[in-house]
Design a protein around this ligand. Structure first.
Ligand SMILES: *Cc1c(COP(=O)(O)O)cnc(C)c1O
Length: 376
């Protein structure tokens, strides 16, 4: 009996995305093996953190790297380093940032739930522009001698006329201000592990527990040595702001194994497999009256990966896309999908071939006109 069965928690087919609330990712055997091996010995944790950082930096073509307990923790740590710099007195004073550069500049269009990770450091978020967009001069005007850093959320949320990341970095550089890139879900492609920092970002922060398939409780900070060297005193095992976000030796070893594995995966093969799954969904479901299936690109976080968009004509069915998603979730096996407006989005990245077939069968049953009355 599995632990989940024993506890009465239903495992599910994840056709949505590498979402934390669905378990983040599934760890491949080599990641589990590295964690298991790391679990067998006592070790100097700071020493291990330092050496793993060096190795991750080398693998990702960065000056330095640090393993955090998630991308959100990585944001908290990187922002803290920008605020306290290398001052032990200031580290001690957090989250009271009185006297420090304690403003984090962020485009209004980028504001999301994850900015809590920055706010918990004790900083003030300074919005640039409106929810429609921002201009370079609005960015310039927001910068001051209180600016700790600019926090850029990489994704699909850039607003109208907004400076690009490269333009933002150029403006920040002219003022000597660090730029942190929240790139939590920006994999694939693997090249993003060095792309943002090679563009000039001070640091880029990735989730270890999403597409990297490392432990769910890991995050990876990569970037400039001067910044990353300031992070260890803030984090576990030291009694700094991030002591409550402790990273275990097993997680560090697991993330290293995950990154090594990730860099060996050929993107073309992977995307070809996912295109095939999307095409299978499309051909199997497009024949159902009231259903339109299209290939959607890029993925929800902007990754260069396809999904199937399944549009449900609620007038024909008498129920809408959310209702279909609810039935998938309530059925057996439980299936998670994304919903937006009148559509379901099916993600091939997080399903096996076998699971993709189950998703098709379940959808065909829910959407089969003959079964409407039975289901309603
Ligand atoms: C997932 C995500 C995070 C948080 O990452 P964790 O590793 O779960 O802490 C932060 N920012 C964005 C944009 C994300 O997608």
């Amino acid at each position: 009996m599995s632990i989940y069965e024993e506890l009465g928690v239903r495992p599910l087919i994840n056709a949505n995305a590498t979402l934390t609330r669905l378990g983040g990712s599934l760890m491949p055997p080599e990641v589990m093996a590295a964690m298991e091996e790391a679990s067998r010995h006592w070790v100097d944790l700071e020493d291990l953190q330092y050496r793993i950082g060096e190795e991750l930096a080398r693998l990702t073509h960065n000056e330095a790297a640090y393993v955090a307990t998630g991308a959100a923790a990585g944001i908290a740590l990187a922002v803290s380093a920008c605020v306290t710099r290398d001052d032990p007195k200031w580290r001690e004073q957090l989250p009271d940032t009185t006297g420090m550069k304690n403003e984090v500049i962020v485009y209004k269009t980028h504001r999301n739930g994850y900015d809590f990770a920055a706010r918990m450091v004790g900083v003030r978020m300074v919005d640039v522009g409106t929810s429609a967009g921002a201009t370079a001069s609005e960015l310039e005007a927001a910068l001051s001698d209180k600016t700790a850093c600019i926090l850029w959320f990489q994704g699909v949320m850039t607003g109208q006329g907004e400076p690009s990341l490269a333009e933002t970095i150029a403006i920040a550089d002219a003022h000597g201000i660090p730029v942190l890139v929240d790139a939590a879900a920006q994999l694939p492609p693997a090249e993003n592990l060095w792309r943002f920092t090679q563009m000039g970002a001070t640091a880029a922060i990735f989730s270890g527990g999403k597409d990297l398939c490392g432990p769910q409780t890991t995050g990876l900070i990569v970037g400039r040595k001067w910044l990353i060297e300031m992070i260890p005193p803030l984090g576990s095992p030291n009694a700094g702001l991030a002591r409550p976000m402790k990273v275990g030796k097993e997680e560090m070893a697991g993330l290293l194994a995950a990154v090594r594995r990730y860099l060996r995966i050929p993107y073309e093969e992977r995307v070809a497999r996912d295109e095939r799954v999307v095409e299978d969904w499309r051909t199997a479901l497009a024949a159902i009256p009231g259903v339109t299936v299209t290939r959607s690109w890029p993925s929800e976080a902007g990754q260069p990966m396809p999904r199937a968009q399944v549009r449900i004509n609620a007038t024909i069915f008498g129920f809408d896309a959310s209702e279909v998603a609810r039935r998938l979730w309530d059925g057996d096996p439980r299936i998670a999908v994304a919903v937006a407006d009148d559509s379901l989005f099916l993600n091939p990245m997080t399903v096996t071939d076998q699971e993709a077939i189950i998703v098709t069968q379940r959808l065909a049953r829910i959407l089969n006109p003959l079964s409407h009355s039975a289901l309603q």
